[in-house]
Design a binder for this molecule. Structure first.
Ligand code: HT7
Ligand code: ZN
Length: 872
């Protein structure tokens, strides 16, 4: 099949002004009657037929302007409905179709999750419900009548405001009519029917609009939705305050479902969530879960403007809504929690997910130019790098011009399906800047490699900084141009203070940011009396791979003195990477004394936030080390080097770590706030270090914490420590955890996930055994991600076993899953995206595994696409 290309975009030939849906829910035969007010697009092809998308639909009946259509007047297949000779340029088409929600295992379109009915339409799920021009630039006003058995689905929801509801006389059924006044693309349609409990609340917008809020959960889980509700109200207020955006309907509903392909979905006025991002209680959710809920609730809510009021012209523009909305949710969490800690954790995610994607065969631009399967482009590049590009815009333009650009974008495109060009034009106009070179960030794939060499000249009292940039070749893009790099910079004097920055050409540095635009560029700072230490790319102002000529001693200095917390963190990590890379290459760790001293100082600094310390003192993970090594990676050598360094640090800092563990114990009751979470993070990091040698007293302490914990963060942290050591306590704790939480699938996911990550030879068999338990199901994406996903992405020594058994297992899972849920199968297969960085034996095994997938007949487009690109 041919790819879809950005260059082939044509405006729709037909528009839909209004949609009336009448949906009669039934487990296996849901009847959908759709009435579309169709109108020829004056900007489209004047001769084009009416072409409606479908996917697996059964057509029952068709009428044009109220008159049934005879067989010869249309062409219908499960994939399309075509009217070659439309009656006029404006008419009403009524289509009746039947769908089977129970048989829908793809979880796209209308499906059932634990007997509830729900929908997922982005990107192309609406065509699995009814025939429609299922593209994001066809915006219509929807009115939806939904009916169902009262016993089966007492709650009936759709987008917009509720107009009417009631029983259907002489039947056991009832109905509800919802109307959404805001024109929207079909991907934002949603419908829910089921036996759900409403957690109600209320919000009044800045201009005084009262909004009824509801979070719908499984009966009995109401108390677990209070944190999500609080996060929702905080998000609504924040968007008013920071971006001037108010909510625009009388109702905002969220529904939590257990079977969901991704995190959540921003359907207009009716967000549907993976219950993992709604449900939390101190006993069942960790601090990380709470933070995840806060950010996903915010993310989906923020889409109401960045995505819904202004949507995307086509799926190539996906980053227009996703990159921008990730940026917005990151800013929200930064304001609600600690900005430096949030930035560090976002950059870690970016590097772990996006930098690795960009370094492998699945690398693509933030705005791709072609695709075979759009579901495979909901990637770290579109989301996380997309957010970094928006962040760079803000850094370049400054807060005021950035906000003016956002306001102009919304004012100009409210109600539109927009493009990246539209977005950039708003900022160019608001700031008066030329953003044409900046636009390369959207079209060029790959992570720029930047080298910065500093030279102090005591005679001239100058500091010269030579910068070179180069973006490596990526699939279909052998040659790259230089991009705009906003590099936040500091020169730190011997007293630890930032020096004033004056350039030799008289240019000043707004916001202490140098703008690099060329492949090679030099900056000379004047009036420098003593050798400064360079702190570059502060706050990770540009998403690049930076190398400098800083010595170990400079990194130690930065770790102690940099006023930029990100670079303090990065200096420590840099020291650790140097040791770990050398250790993995030679089998012997080099001297870790500089790192140990830097870590000791940081740990002792009482002015620092414990959450920051926890980030800075964590040893980089195995995948992070592999990424830094880049090629010929032996996961066993990486593991051994990392474990050795951890033990060295634990031994050297034993006293300080013991003190931290003792001092940071939090008094009950548990609070999910950032301050308490930070203390727990550092205390549990100390526990991990202190247990790393496997001493019996240390294991006993971890076991005691596990048993005594009054919250999931501490219990789970102790379990995570215990599973690293093959002791009786491990088995006891795992059994205890299972018994406590066997009826709570979201908690069982943690149990599955931890076991999948045990770096021992028996883990593959353990994972296989776990798939046979009744708590596991291949039909549930959360279970699959927790067990199989964790094994393939977070256990490098066992997934990449030299005998290839880990690879074979993943392929078997992918092939088994593909027929039922191709989206999740393709996600699992993308665990191979880093295979080219492995040493030859494991690389060959991974390649064989991918070839086995590619050679299998009858694969989905999703899996075919990932296998083909991975092998290219
Ligand atoms: N906009 C959504 C993206 C999405 C999705 C969500 C659930 C299931 C399948 C999906 N495919 C695409 C989620 C978001 O980024 O906000
Ligand atoms: Zn999103």
């Amino acid at each position: 099949p041919h790819p879809v290309r950005l260059a082939d975009y044509r405006p729709p030939a037909w528009l839909v002004d209004t949609v009336h849906l009448d949906i009669s829910l039934h487990p296996t035969a849901t009847r959908v009657i759709s009435r579309l007010a169709l109108r020829r697009n004056p900007k489209g092809d004047a001769t084009a037929p009416v072409l409606l998308d479908g996917d697996g639909l059964t057509l029952v009946r068709l009428a044009v302007d109220g008159t049934p259509l005879a067989g010869g007047a249309y062409e219908a297949s499960p994939q399309a409905l075509i009217l070659r000779h439309p009656p006029s340029d404006r008419f009403t088409l009524e289509v009746e179709t039947l769908v089977d929600p129970t048989a829908n295992t793809q979880l796209m379109g209308l499906y059932r999750s634990r007997d509830n009915y729900c929908t997922q339409c982005e990107p192309e799920g609406f065509r699995r419900i009814t025939y429609f021009p299922d593209r994001s630039d066809v915006l219509a006003v929807y009115t939806v009548r939904v009916e169902a058995s009262r016993a089966e689905a007492p709650v009936l929801l759709s987008n917009g405001n509720l107009e009417r509801s009631g029983p259907i006389p002489d039947t056991d059924r009832h109905y509800a009519i919802w109307h959404d006044p805001w024109p929207k693309p079909s991907y934002l349609f949603a419908l829910v029917g089921g036996n759900l409990s409403k957690v109600p609340d209320h919000f009044v917008t800045a201009s005084g609009r009262p909004v009824d809020l509801g979070i719908y959960v499984e009966p009995g889980k109401e108390a677990r939705a209070t944190y999500a509700m609080d996060a929702l109200k905080r998000s609504m207020r924040w968007d008013e305050k920071v971006f001037g955006r108010e909510y625009d309907l009388d109702v905002f509903n969220i529904v939590a479902v257990s079977d969901f392909n991704m995190g959540a979905m921003e359907n207009k006025g009716l967000n549907i969530f993976n219950d993992k991002y709604v449900l939390a209680s101190p006993e069942t959710a960790t601090d990380t879960d709470y933070a995840g809920i806060e950010s996903v609730i915010a993310h989906e809510y923020f889409h109401n403007w960045s995505g819904n009021r202004v949507t995307c012209r086509d799926w190539f523009q996906l980053c227009l809504k996703e990159g921008l909305t990730v940026f917005r949710d990151q800013e929200f969490s930064s304001d609600e929690r600690s900005r430096p800690v949030k930035r560090i954790s976002d950059v870690r995610t970016l590097k772990a997910a996006q930098f690795t994607e960009d370094a492998g065969p699945l690398s693509h631009p933030v705005r791709p130019e072609s695709y075979h399967e759009i579901n495979n482009f909901y990637t770290a590049t579109v989301y996380e790098k997309g957010a970094e590009v928006v962040r760079m815009l803000k850094t370049l333009l400054g807060d005021e011009d950035f906000r003016a650009g956002m306001d102009l974008y919304y004012a100009r495109h409210d109600g539109d399906a927009a493009t990246i060009e539209d977005f950039l034009a708003a900022f160019a106009e608001a700031s008066g800047r030329d953003l044409s070179q900046f636009a390369l960030w959207y079209s060029q794939a790959g992570t720029p490699r930047v080298s910065a060499q500093g030279q102090f000249d005591p005679a001239a009292r100058t500091y010269r900084l030579d910068i070179r940039q180069e973006t490596p070749p990526t699939p279909a893009q052998p040659e790259k141009k230089p991009v705009v790099l906003p590099l936040a910079i500091g020169l730190i004097g011997p007293d630890g203070q930032d020096l004033p920055l004056t350039l030799d050409d008289g240019r000043n540095l707004p916001r202490h940011v140098i703008e690099v635009t060329q492949a090679e560029q030099s900056f000379v700072f004047t009036g420098i009396d003593a050798r400064p230490v360079l702190s570059l790319n502060r706050g990770f102002s540009a998403p690049i791979n930076l190398s400098t000529n800083l010595a170990d001693a400079d990194l130690v200095f930065l770790a102690a003195h940099d006023r930029d917390p990100f670079n303090r963190f990065d200096a420590l990590q840099g020291l650790a990477f140097r040791i770990l890379k050398a250790g993995a290459a030679s089998g012997t760790l080099p001297d870790a004394a500089p790192l140990i001293e830097a870590a000791r100082l940081l740990l002792a600094d009482s002015t620092l936030d414990p959450a920051f310390k926890a980030q800075a003192l964590a040893i980089p993970g195995e995948n992070e080390i592999a990424r830094e090594i880049g090629s010929n990676v032996d996961p066993d050598a990486v593991f051994t080097a990392r474990r050795a360094l951890k033990r060295q640090l634990a031994t050297a800092l034993g006293t300080e770590l013991e003190e931290a563990y003792a001092a940071l114990a939090a008094p009950p009751p548990y609070s999910p706030g950032a301050a308490a979470a930070g203390r727990r993070a550092l205390r549990n990091l100390a526990l991990d270090y202190l247990t790393s040698g496997g001493a019996p007293e240390a294991i006993a302490r971890a076991k005691a914490q596990f048993m005594a914990a009054d919250n999931m963060t501490d219990r789970f942290a102790a379990l995570a420590v215990l599973v690293q050591h093959d002791t009786p306590e491990r088995a006891e704790a795992l059994d205890d955890f299972y018994r406590r939480f066997v009826t709570d699938p979201l908690v069982i996911d943690k149990w599955l996930s931890l076991q999948a990550q045990i770096p021992e030879a028996g883990t593959l068999e353990r994972v296989k055994d776990l798939t046979l338990l009744p708590v596991f199901s291949m039909a549930n994406p959360n279970r699959v991600r927790a067990l199989i996903g964790a094994f393939a992405t977070a256990n490098p020594t066992q997934f990449h076993r030299p005998d290839g058994a880990g690879h074979d297992f993943l392929v078997d899972v992918v092939l088994g899953l593909d027929a039922k849920n191709p989206q999740v199968a393709a996600r699992m297969l993308s665990a191979f995206k880093t295979f080219r960085q492995l040493e030859p034996l494991r690389r060959a095994s991974a390649e064989r595994a991918l070839r086995r997938v590619a050679a299998t007949p009858g694969l989905s487009a999703d899996v075919t696409d990932i296998a083909t690109r991975s092998l290219s």
